[in-house]
Design a protein around this ligand. Sequence first.
Ligand code: F0G
Length: 382
Amino acid sequence: MCEIATDAAVGFVMSPLGQTLKPCVGVIERYRTYLPVSETTPIISLNEGSTPLIPAPQLSSIVGRGRRVYLKFEGLNPTGSFKDRGMTVAVSKAVERGAHLVVCASTGNTSASAAAYAARAGIQCAVLLPSGKIAMGKLAQAFVYGAKVIALEANFDHCLALIRELSTEPGIAVVNSINHDRLEGQKTAAFEVVDALGEAPDLHILPVGNAGNTAAYWKGYAEYLREGHSTRLPRMLGFQAANAAPIYYDRIIEQPETVASAIRIGNPASWKLAKSAFNESGGAIDIVSDGEILSAQRWLASNEGLFVEPASAASIAGLMKCSSQKICLQCPLRMLPEQATIVCTLTGHGLKDVAAVMSENPQPVFASANRTEILSILKKSR
Ligand code: F0G
């Protein structure tokens, strides 16, 4: 297997037959010419990116009409979410500029990623989090990577407003997506989709919170088109949680609420950029309920074998909603040709946030350590 790359020479993993498998380098080494780095930028990487684009046969058959659905599983990044793509660039640039401390506001994943990359860089990290609103796995990550965790009696939007105030302090680098280095890194996910498919998909579906990822994918697809790697742009379709849907309702939501804590955001930083992506691409922004999110999360795990956190299931819930609707004239799904290719980004790993699953109170079947008893249980469950 490959080791963590410290220089580009580590290259690609080869199978026994000599085919090239997963590139064993991070996104800066893989897409250096598209990123704001120079030969002298110190590269802080954990070999993020190069995540699999997994075909979803069950989902494809629900969508029907010969359409193929692929899942870009970003939960397989080093800290378990897509944030690592942007963080490698943001922290590398922060170190290049001489920062000794990186700071961010977060609903959990950005803080986990910032803490990890700061640890890797040997600099400090402080995170502002809405108190009591962060999934346990993400909080554990911030602590174990050694970040200073500051909990505020405030929601994410207020935490981010405070972070903006810190951005002019000397030696401090803000690594939220208001820092464009983050979006630069995140756009590499769109490059990977095109590299894997040989073309841009017809439709790309994302969950939307602070809206940076939507903006980043759109930028990535546009750049790859300009460079001649694809011949078209996808329609971009975003889903917000019904009670945390400022872009959908076109107004700031003062008290956003959803079980999908990662996207509990009422005033997204990249609101305008995301809106242009939806408009220019012929896509749309829509909403899904918490119930739809949780049942999509369970469905995806038990039918496609992929366990994602609730926010990530919003894109699947959205695709299912659009597939079942008979009359929705604006729906980008209706505009797609037969055999169209659809990509959903699964933004974060399910193990980060198991609260919703465990609140269902699943119980094992208790048994004694006895072959006959086990066989009788197995017979009953057939
Ligand atoms: N999915 C997950 C798992 C996330 O953590 C986030 C955002 C999103 C989707 C939405 O992406 O903000 O680019 O629209 N999490 C941020 C955080 C806000 O602090 O971790 P977005």
